[in-house]
Design a protein around this ligand. Structure first.
Ligand code: CTP
Length: 337
């Protein structure tokens, strides 16, 4: 049967510093993995929880669930729906507001970048160090749509992570973490080079999530306009987060703040037939007990955000692993063939 069973415990662990990875062995071996088409379709069109059978027609409940998430709409706010000067309450800081600037308004897409888009196979590339020495670059680049996170570098790591990028996310915090808050011309140039290299792909900026990113989003918007950078900017809808949270809650997975990677997977279930995840491994040891870097490209350490981090990556991983075992997605956490 194609019943979806995803049970996560609501463990408060932020990142796992123990030997948890032993428990997370990906079975069956990747060569035995088969895509479960029925299940993928069921997830796309009518997400049903444990013990519930999908009825033939659309029940009221299913319609409600479908309302949770609409990739075409939720991927970005559109120009027609906002105007300069409009006030927006941040999703995580409801008491703080921002004004829609002229620059932001100019960069809002007129139509959804996902309008009428459907892909056979999609890759979602997380940023775990498990990608290093994976040799997955070619396999990743062979997918019809490739999603990457947080402007992670690709050139220097092409053999392991590939180059193709159809959509890349950019949390405003990346500007601080990876581009020194653009303190001088060198860093501005570095960011500009990275943006130019995107070459027409979608740059997805969560601008309305937290007030901390306010200035950084404005700097990036300004840079893009001033230098006529060829990217298709997208700013996720105000309801995306609630939709994704609700989507997982329906399956009893309680996720307070989904990570970028999980947001991307959840969105992709709407427009991708087969979904392949790479670089999702929130554990400091790999399946053979060798150390794994938190990111493949920098020296951030596990737990760098300490207990304050709102993410529960191991919990997310558990849910994704369960979907892998059922054939709804494929997780690659070792080398590619
Ligand atoms: N990821 C993972 N294991 C890691 C690092 C990252 O599974 N060791 C996944 C997570 O889903 C994460 C995504 O890869 O959202 C992108 O990684 P990163 O840029 O580190 O995201 P974070 O900044 O940690 O989280 P977010 O951007 O969601 O706040």
């Amino acid at each position: 049967g194609a019943e979806v069973v995803i049970n996560g415990s609501s463990s408060p662990a932020v990142v796992d510093r123990s030997n948890e990875s032993i428990k997370h062995n990906i079975q069956p071996a990747s060569s035995k993995w088969r895509h479960n088409q029925t299940l993928s379709l069921r997830i796309r069109y009518c997400w049903v929880g444990k013990g519930q059978l999908a009825p033939q027609g659309l029940s009221l409940r299913m319609k409600q669930i479908l309302k949770f998430l609409d990739a075409e709409k939720d991927i970005s706010v559109l120009k027609g729906t906002l105007k300069p000067g409009d006030i927006i309450h941040y999703i995580f800081d409801r008491d703080s507001t921002m004004n829609v600037s002229q620059n932001l308004y100019e960069l809002l897409p007129r139509t959804s970048p996902l309008k009428n888009k459907h892909f056979g196979t999609c890759a979602i590339v997380g940023n775990s160090g498990v990608l290093l020495n994976s040799g997955c670059g070619q396999e990743i680049d062979a997918h019809s749509f490739v999603i990457r996170c947080n402007l992670a570098p690709v050139q220097e790591y092409a053999r392991d992570v590939g180059l193709k990028t159809d959509l890349v996310t950019m949390n405003p915090s990346v500007i601080q973490r990876a581009f020194e808050d653009l303190v001088n011309a060198t860093w501005r140039e570095k960011l500009l080079q990275r943006l130019h290299s995107l070459n027409g792909s979608i740059l997805w900026i969560p601008a309305f999530m937290a007030r901390g990113g306010k200035e950084r989003v404005e700097w990036v918007n300004e840079l893009i306009l001033k230098h006529h950078v060829n990217v298709r900017t997208a700013y996720p809808s105000l309801r995306l987060l609630h939709a994704v949270r609700g989507y997982w809650l329906t399956n009893k997975v309680h996720i307070k703040r989904p990570t970028t990677g999980l947001l991307m997977y959840t969105l992709a279930t709407r427009f991708c037939n087969q979904i392949y995840l790479y670089g999702f491994w929130p554990f400091p040891l790999d399946q053979n007990q060798n150390p794994v870097k938190y990111h493949y490209y920098d020296s951030l350490k596990y737990g760098y955000t300490s207990q304050a981090s709102p993410h529960t990556m191991p919990l997310e991983f558990k849910a994704l692993k369960s979907l892998h075992e059922q054939g709804a997605l494929k997780l690659t956490v070792g080398q590619c063939d």
